[in-house]
Each structure stands twice: as structure tokens, then as C-alpha cells.
Design a binder for this molecule. Sequence first.
Ligand code: RIB
Length: 327
Amino acid sequence: MHDYDLLVVGSANADLVTAVERRPGAGETVLGSDLAVHPGGKGANQAVAAGRLGARTALLARVGDDAYGRLLLDSQRSAGVDTVGVLVGGAPTGVALITVDPSGDNSIVVAPGANARLTPQDVRAAAHLFEAARVVSVQLEIPLETVAEVARTLPAGTRLVLNPSPPAPLPDEVLGACDPLVVNEHEARVILRGAGAEVPDEPEDWARRLLDLGPRSVVVTLGGAGALVAGPDGTARVPSVQVDAVDTTGAGDAFTAALAWRLGVGEDLETAARYAAQVGALAVTRAGAQVSYPSGDEVAALGAAGGSAGGPVDGSAGGSAGGSAAR
Ligand code: RIB
């Protein structure tokens, strides 16, 4: 019996967001809108997304003993996430500096703060949370040695979902534990190059090369072209969902959380990715990351309305009126 459908191990940031007419180039200053402060961070985002969908979710993360840390804890609790694994103190809460342009696309710089102090020892001390989870999801805004410890701590039969964002070359023990590895085009290129592999032209070939590196399955998000799922039985395309993009921040985290949850309750990769694309699509229709995430009822309504083909599945604005899920 598992107490949690999903355990998320990852970062928690205060997102300091300003809207700009265009994002500045090197050496340039632009004026933005008044500042908005939202709860964010790729790990905390995933946990809130899953919690709002109805998944029994826990978060293992570290925040500072400060107002941003309390903002993040409040957001987790409001979404029904178990915060027993959220450690407090050691450094100030992580901060993400975010600009959003009129297309809804963003640029993000993260000051890691407490996220950089989430250690392998913290993972070992939370072994009971791993034992209680069907699926564990992790990203790369925490130290890579901590991510490697997550792979080592994973109980037999527990599934690991990894979104390597921001991307970095990955050790074999991490790659070999992924089921799936969830990447966009940029992340796919970094992982392949880091492993000394060639980067082919076609997404199907990226997925096959990535599978050769050890993951049991791979999901590649493709912006306006939807997503690609790949495993031992072959590859399949998943269409994107047409919506009007307002802010793509955190849409990829919502996509990955929904995917991880649905895999944990027994769906196959393609079915879970179709559901996740709907979740990510809804997330881009509102400003902010966690504050934009839909409830399970909203996703069901989108599905009933026939939400299927259209805008980008990876949270990129995609150069169209449609935007949706996964970055
Ligand atoms: O993926 C979006 C997230 O990236 C933001 O919430 C920000 O905190 C950064 O971690």
C-alpha cells in the first residue's frame, strides 16, 4: 500500500515576475510591469500541480526560514501536498527572476539559495517517503549529487521520472533509472552531447539515441508539434492542445507532474502524455506557475470539450495564438 501517488524531490523558489514588451539583450535595460511574487520552483510546481489534480503528493525540498519559504509552504498546503519532507533553514529561499513577453514566453534566472543545500543525506533521511511513493519525480534545480542519491534510494518497483531542467550531462546511474526521461529539444541536445552522442535531425531519432543511453522510456516535448513518447515498443506522437497562451511559466512542470501521476495509477505512456498535454495547456492560460494550475475538474471539462490538437505542448508560446504544456 502506497501513501503517496507521487513524491517530488526538487526546488522551491519565489518567482519574481515582470511583464516586458520584449526581453532585453546583453547590455540592455528595459522597463517592465510592476513586480508580481508567486510561489514557484520546478519541484514545488510539480507537487502543487499534482496535488491540485487530486494526486496524493509529498514534496522533499529545502526552503529558507523566511517569508518566501512560508509563501511556498502555504501554497503546497493549499494544494493538499504533504510538506513533512520540506526542510527549513540553512540558506535563504531560492529566488527566480522571470521576465514574460507578450507572447507568453519567458526567460528565467534562478538564485538557488536553499535548493543548493538539499543534500544526499537529506535524501537518505527521507527514505520512508520513497518507500511510501508509487512514483518519484525529480528535476535539476538541486545538486546533481542529490539527484544521483535519489536514483540510488529508489525502492525496487518505484518509477523515477526525471526532467533534466536546467539541462546538464547525466551520469549513467541516473539515466538508467529514468522511466521516463522527459526532455524538450534543448535538453535532449545537451544530454546527447554530454554523453558524446550525435544529435540527429528527427525527434524520433533523438528519442532512440536517448533510449540507448539507458532510460526505460523517453518523452520529448516539441512545442507546437506536441510531444513524442518512446519506449521499447516504439515511438508515438501526442498532439498539442489549442489554447491562448498568457504565460508559459511552469507549464512544463505541470505537464511532467500530470504525466508522472497518471503513470503511477497505471496508464500507459501515450495515454498519460495526452492527459498531461491538457494539464499543461490549461496552465499557460493564466499568469504564474503554481497559481495557474488547473484542478482535475477543469481538465475533465477541457477533455469533454474536445481539447486535443493545436498549440505547443511544451509551454513555449510557439509563435501562435495557441500555447500549452511542458516547459
Ligand atoms: O519551470 C518554471 C520554474 O522555473 C519557475 O517557477 C522558476 O521558479 C524556475 O524554477
